[in-house]
Write a protein that binds this ligand. Structure first.
Ligand code: GDP
Ligand code: MG
Length: 362
C-alpha cells in the first residue's frame, strides 16, 4: 500500500526496508515511524493519520452505488414551551402498535422508533433547540423533518420563531401541528396568518406547508399527523442502502458505571452488527452489545433505527460521526490520529491564549 501510494515498486520499498535492517514481506505492516522514514527517502512528506482517513474515504467509496431502499423518516418536534410538544409525543406513542409487546417500557436513549399503522417514524428527542443547533454546528444533520407545535390559543411565540429559523437555516422542511384546538379561545386561522409571515403558507391557502390540527389532550388529529409525516417522507424520497457498512450519528452519550461508555447512535446508512469495529469521533471500539429504545438486546440495526451501543473506548460527543471500519487496527489508528490532532489543536490554542495573556500584561 505504501509503495502504491508513492507510485514505486513494492520491491523498491522492501529493498529500502532491508537497508534499514527491517526484513519485510510484501503485505507486512510497518510502523508509522518506519513508513515515514521510507516515504521521506522517496521524497514524500507524511502526515500521520491522513492515510487512515484516506482508508475510510476509500472504504466509503467502495460502498457507494448499492441499492437504496426506502427508510422511515427521522423527526424532531420543536416549538414554544408549553405548546404541547411532550403531550403530542405521548399521544403518538399511544398509537405505537408495538406498545403492548413484552419489555415495552421505553428507555430514555434520546431517540425512539414508533411503529404505527400509518408507517414507522423515528423521533429524536433532544432536549430543546440547543442540542439541535449544536449538532448542526458540528455538521450533523439527523432530522429529516421538523414538527412545529404551535398552541392555537397562544400563537407564534419566541421559541416558535427560533424553531423556524433553526429549521429553515438547516433546510429541514416543517410540518405544522396547530395544537390545543379543544380550547375555547383556539384560533387556527390566526396561527396560519402569523406563520405565513415566515414562509409557512398553508396548502389550503395556496402554499406548500402542511398543517395538522391537533388536540394532544383529547387525542384529536394524531392519526392525521402521523399520516402527514408519512406523506412528507414520501415526497422527500428518503432512502438508504441497508447492505453497506453502517454509518450514523451520535445522539447522546455518557459514561455508565457498570457498562462503561454508552452512546445512542442513529443509524443513517447500512446495518450495524454486534461485533463490528467502529470509529466514533476520537474514539474507537467493537460493538459489544446493542440495546433498542425499549432496552432489548439487538443483533443488528438498520437505517433510521436508534440504538444504544456499548464497547467504545471513550465517551463521544453528540453529533459525532459513527462509522464501521474493516478491522480493529484501522479503528484504533484513525481514532488515535484524531485524538492527537485534537490535542495538538488544543495545545496550539492554549499557547496562543497564554501568549495573548502575556501581551495583555505587557
Ligand atoms: P411542552 O412544553 O411543549 O412539552 O408542552 P406540554 O406537552 O408539557 O404541555 C403543556 C401543557 O399544555 C400541559 O399542561 C398539557 O396538559 C397542556 N396541553 C398539551 N396539549 C394540549 C391540548 O391539546 N389541549 C389542551 N387543552 N391542553 C394541552
Ligand atoms: Mg416538554
Amino acid at each position: 500500500e505504501l509503495a502504491s501510494r508513492m507510485r514505486v515498486k513494492a520491491s523498491e520499498v522492501i529493498a529500502k526496508l532491508m537497508g534499514l535492517g527491517v526484513m519485510a514481506t510484501i503485505n507486512q505492516a510497518v510502523d508509522v515511524d518506519t513508513a515515514m522514514l521510507i516515504a521521506t527517502d522517496f521524497g514524500y512528506e507524511v502526515e500521520q493519520g491522513i492515510t487512515e482517513e484516506i482508508g475510510i474515504q476509500l472504504l466509503e467509496e467502495s460502498q457507494e452505488g448499492g441499492v437504496a431502499e426506502p427508510r422511515s423518516p427521522v423527526v424532531t418536534v420543536m416549538g414554544h414551551v408549553d405548546h404541547g410538544k411532550t403531550s403530542i409525543l405521548d399521544a403518538i406513542r399511544k398509537t405505537d402498535v408495538a406498545e403492548g409487546e413484552a419489555g415495552g417500557i421505553t428507555q430514555h436513549i434520546g431517540a425512539y422508533h414508533v411503529r404505527s399503522s400509518a408507517g414507522d417514524v423515528t423521533f429524536v428527542d433532544t432536549p430543546g433547540h440547543a442540542a439541535f443547533t449544536e449538532m448542526r454546528s458540528r455538521g450533523a444533520q439527523v432530522t429529516d423533518l421538523v414538527i412545529l407545535v404551535v398552541a392555537a390559543d397562544d400563537g407564534v411565540m419566541d421559541q416558535t420563531r427560533e424553531a423556524i429559523s433553526h429549521s429553515q437555516a438547516a433546510n429541514v422542511p416543517i410540518l405544522v401541528a396547530v395544537n390545543k384546538i379543544d380550547k375555547a379561545n383556539a384560533d387556527v386561522d390566526r396561527v396560519k396568518r402569523e406563520l405565513s409571515d415566515y414562509d409557512l403558507i398553508p396548502e389550503d391557502w395556496g402554499g406548500q406547508t402542511m398543517y395538522c390540527e391537533t388536540s394532544a389532550k383529547k387525542g384529536i388529529g394524531i392519526d392525521e399527523l402521523m399520516e402527514a409525516i408519512q406523506l412528507m417522507a414520501e415526497m422527500l424520497e428518503l432512502k438508504a442502502d441497508r447492505k453497506r457498512n453502517a454509518k450514523g450519528r451520535v445522539i447522546e452519550a455518557q459514561l455508565d458505571k457498570g457498562r462503561g461508555p454508552v452512546a445512542t447512535v442513529l443509524i443513517q446508512e447500512g446495518t450495524l452488527k454486534v461485533g463490528d469495529y467502529v470509529v466514533v469521533g476520537m474514539h474507537s471500539g467493537k460493538v459489544r452489545a446493542m440495546l433498542d429504545d425499549r432496552g432489548r438486546n439487538m443483533k443488528t440495526a438498520g437505517p433510521s433505527i436508534p440504538v444504544e451501543v456499548q464497547g467504545l473506548s471513550g465517551v463521544p460527543q453528540a453529533g459525532d460521526e459513527f462509522v464501521v471500519v474493516t478491522d480493529e487496527k484501522m479503528a484504533k489508528n484513525v481514532s488515535q490520529a484524531r485524538a492527537m490532532k485534537a490535542r495538538e489543536a488544543e495545545l496550539g490554542a492554549s499557547s496562543k491564549i497564554s501568549l495573548d495573556k502575556l501581551f495583555e500584561k505587557m
